[in-house]
Design a protein around this ligand. Structure first.
Ligand SMILES: Cc1ncc(COP(=O)(O)O)c(C=O)c1O
Length: 473
């Protein structure tokens, strides 16, 4: 290589040296996550952070200080006091597989560009499909970049399967609609609008006191849409919804879809992983009837961000979604080619994500996922019980999962005062850095929201969190 710089870039010895430095730092980071006095994150405002990185000078001999500064500026998801958004503390072995994926950079659009990852992807898809209760000879699926994209793709598949007209060629020729709980993740709303169905096509079914879809209203909303000239093509069940972590009654939605001949999609981005839990898989009763299911690996299956399983009961639907031809890549687009994933997926280039999950499955056995999901859901119930026993704290509702919402609610305050107080307390907590939790709005009121993602979190962390909140009052 003529260029000295380029040969430095690709020097295997330097890779080894820098890699060892990084792994040593990450290992220390994991170790420190267990120390009580370690902060979950060091809060700085966006403007301060921007200025820091704008003025950043790097030692040209080693990237070590850069690695250290990234660690200092990032939230520590492996910390037992991290109870924020639904992102798992990735299993370090999965993270190493992810490093492998980044280094090999096999694009995975076609088999030739990702042979190992493609074969492994089929194995893990079949494994999940079997757990869902699909026939693995007729079902299919693939791994895609996130629940948002997976939900959009599933709804595109639904439209392809349900509508006779060739929308791919002609655009929408009639008014279409999707029915979904008013508590569903916002990405479903986005998908509906991306698909050109507009506000009218996003039919939100109200929720009951437990924040799950009132399935007894499905028929009424369906008939109303029909009378307004909207053809409902699918119903989305949340398993669970994001804010409160409560599962819709999938069995009831399945029966309704069967009766009306609609596509049934399950957004199990968070809690589809309960298929691994003997104790909690009852929440997913009826999932085997779904036409499509989404399950995020980076939420409840301990993989690094980002990887999502998109599963189809009938493999023909998986192949039919995108009929656009890319002949230079795919020799026979119409033919079933499980090993050329770009035929089915939105993406062309795709990370080799399957290995992040497969290594955990093979190395630790599938019971590791059972343990993870069951432990976290159990912890959710434990936190709820602790909150219920504390004066001045109000549990929003008994949780199904590891998502627990509550607020500080001393006597004698108006709703407005409580909203202001809880917003302020959450913000102070964030700046102080000992805990990381988020907030949500339920029935117009502000609640603190925790998602227990770390199996090492215990009742001690829960009590310390509540003490800390009280201390900030
Ligand atoms: C129920 C649900 N669906 C979809 C998503 C979006 O998934 P992703 O963040 O992987 O795009 C989320 C994320 O929180 C979710 O909770």
């Amino acid at each position: 290589m003529k260029s000295k710089k380029l040969s430095q870039v690709y020097d295997p010895e330097k890779f080894k040296e820098f890699g060892h430095e990084l792994v040593d730092l990450l290992s220390q980071h994991l170790e420190e996550a267990n120390h009580e006095d370690t902060l979950v994150h060091q809060w700085k405002s966006p403007a301060e952070r921007l200025e820091f990185w704008q003025q950043y000078e790097l030692d040209k001999n080693s990237p070590k200080t850069f690695f250290q500064d990234i660690l200092k500026g990032s939230v520590n998801i492996h910390h037992a006091n991290y109870m924020g958004h639904q992102v798992s503390p990735p299993a370090p072995l999965g993270a190493l597989a992810s490093l492998m994926s980044s280094t090999l950079n096999n694009g995975m659009a076609i088999y030739e560009m990702g042979a190992a990852g493609t074969a492994i992807e089929k194995i893990v898809i079949d494994d999940l499909n079997k757990r869902i209760g699909y026939d693995i000879n007729s079902s299919d699926g693939y791994i895609t970049h996130g629940g948002t994209l997976a939900n959009l793709t599933a709804l595109l598949s639904a439209r392809r399967a349900m509508v006779e007209a060739d929308i791919w060629e002609e655009g929408n020729t009639e008014k279409l609609g999707i029915m979904v709980s008013s508590e569903a993740h916002y990405c479903v709303d986005r998908a509906v609008r991306i698909m050109g169905m507009g506000s009218a096509g996003m039919i939100k079914i109200p929720v009951g006191e437990n924040y799950t879809m009132k399935t007894e209203l499905l028929n009424e909303y369906y008939e109303k849409a029909k009378s307004e000239g909207i053809r409902v093509i699918a119903v989305v069940g949340s398993a669970p919804s994001t804010s409160t972590g409560m599962y819709d009654d999938l069995g009831a939605i399945a029966d309704f879809c069967e009766d009306k001949k609609l596509w049934f999609h399950v957004d199990g981005a968070h809690g589809g992983a309960a298929i691994f839990s003997e104790k909690y898989k009852h929440y997913l009763k009826g999932i085997h009837k779904a036409d499509s299911v989404v399950i995020d690996g980076h939420k409840m299956l301990m993989t690094p961000t980002i990887m999502t399983f998109l599963l189809f009961k009938d493999k023909n639907h998986s192949y039919a979604t995108f009929s656009q031809k890319a002949q230079y890549l795919l020799s026979k687009t119409e033919e079933e080619q499980w090993y050329n994933i770009a035929i089915k997926s939105f993406e062309c280039t795709k990370r080799m994500m399957s290995i992040q999950f497969y290594i955990l499955l093979k190395f630790y056995g599938e019971e590791i996922f059972e343990e993870y999901v069951t432990t976290l859901y159990d912890l959710g119930k434990e936190l709820a019980s602790i909150i219920s026993q504390r004066n001045d704290f109000e549990l929003a509702l008994e949780p199904d999962t590891n998502i627990v919402c509550f607020r500080y609610n001393p006597q004698g305050k108006t709703q407005d005062e409580l909203n202001e107080l809880n917003k302020r307390l959450r913000s102070d907590l964030l700046e102080q850095g000992k805990f990381y939790i988020v907030q949500t709005t339920l029935n117009g009121n502000v609640f603190m929201r925790t998602t227990i993602m770390n199996p090492k979190t215990t009742s001690k962390n829960f009590n310390l969190l509540l003490d800390e909140i009280e201390g900030l009052v």
